[in-house]
Design a protein around this ligand. Structure first.
Ligand SMILES: [Ca+2]
Ligand SMILES: [Ca+2]
Length: 190
């Protein structure tokens, strides 16, 4: 009899111990918790990649603006013969290679664009097309400003003071259309 009681007491002790393994609900909960964690990590990584990529593109845009600035810093404002009378490139100046004064970079007053889409750019300070930047463009405009107020545009030839502007755009594959990435302006030195 005593042996039977011991046997029953032993079974009860075993019954009080937690069963080995997890229940279905515990397993499902664990899967959900781990899944949410993984998703959050992936979202965080994506955001980091996006911001890192964006910082690179902004840096590149600033560089493309400065390439034009360096290219044009030593140029005279106007053609030594035609002066501001011929605003834009002079006769026989058809490509970037031929531009030898600042107003050449304003075309006929509409600006000049060096673009990867049409194969004319973007260009560096040595007037070479930069390979691999087909989605980028540099638009240059040149105009005269009032010496007393450089924010005031005046008619071509009405002032000796000249403003140069470069707008750098990127055809961002993540959105439709071109993004303006940077806009740099400076007063042309004498
Ligand atoms: Ca010229
Ligand atoms: Ca010219």
């Amino acid at each position: 009899m005593i042996g039977r009681q011991r046997h029953i007491a032993g079974r009860r002790r075993n019954a009080r111990r937690a069963p080995a393994g997890f229940t279905l609900i515990e397993t499902a909960l664990a899967i959900v918790i781990v899944g949410v964690g993984v998703l959050a990590m992936m979202a965080g990584q994506q955001a980091w990649h996006y911001q890192n990529d964006w910082a690179q593109q902004v840096g590149l845009a600033a560089r493309l603006g400065n390439e034009i600035r360096e290219m044009t810093l030593t140029l005279p404002r106007h053609d030594p013969v035609a002066g501001s009378f011929t605003w834009g490139s002079e006769l026989n100046e058809e490509t970037l290679e031929d531009f030898d004064d600042l107003d050449d970079f304003d075309g006929e007053g509409d600006g000049v664009i060096f673009s990867g889409i049409d194969g004319t750019g973007p260009v560096n300070s040595l007037r070479e097309t930069i390979v691999g930047l087909e989605r980028w463009s540099q638009e240059i405009r040149v105009w005269n400003v009032d010496p007393g107020n450089v924010n005031l545009e005046v008619s071509e030839g009405d002032s000796e003071l000249m403003m140069v502007e470069v707008v750098v755009r990127w055809d961002d594959p993540r959105v439709d259309g071109l993004r303006e990435m940077t806009r740099v302006r400076w007063i042309a030195p004498d």
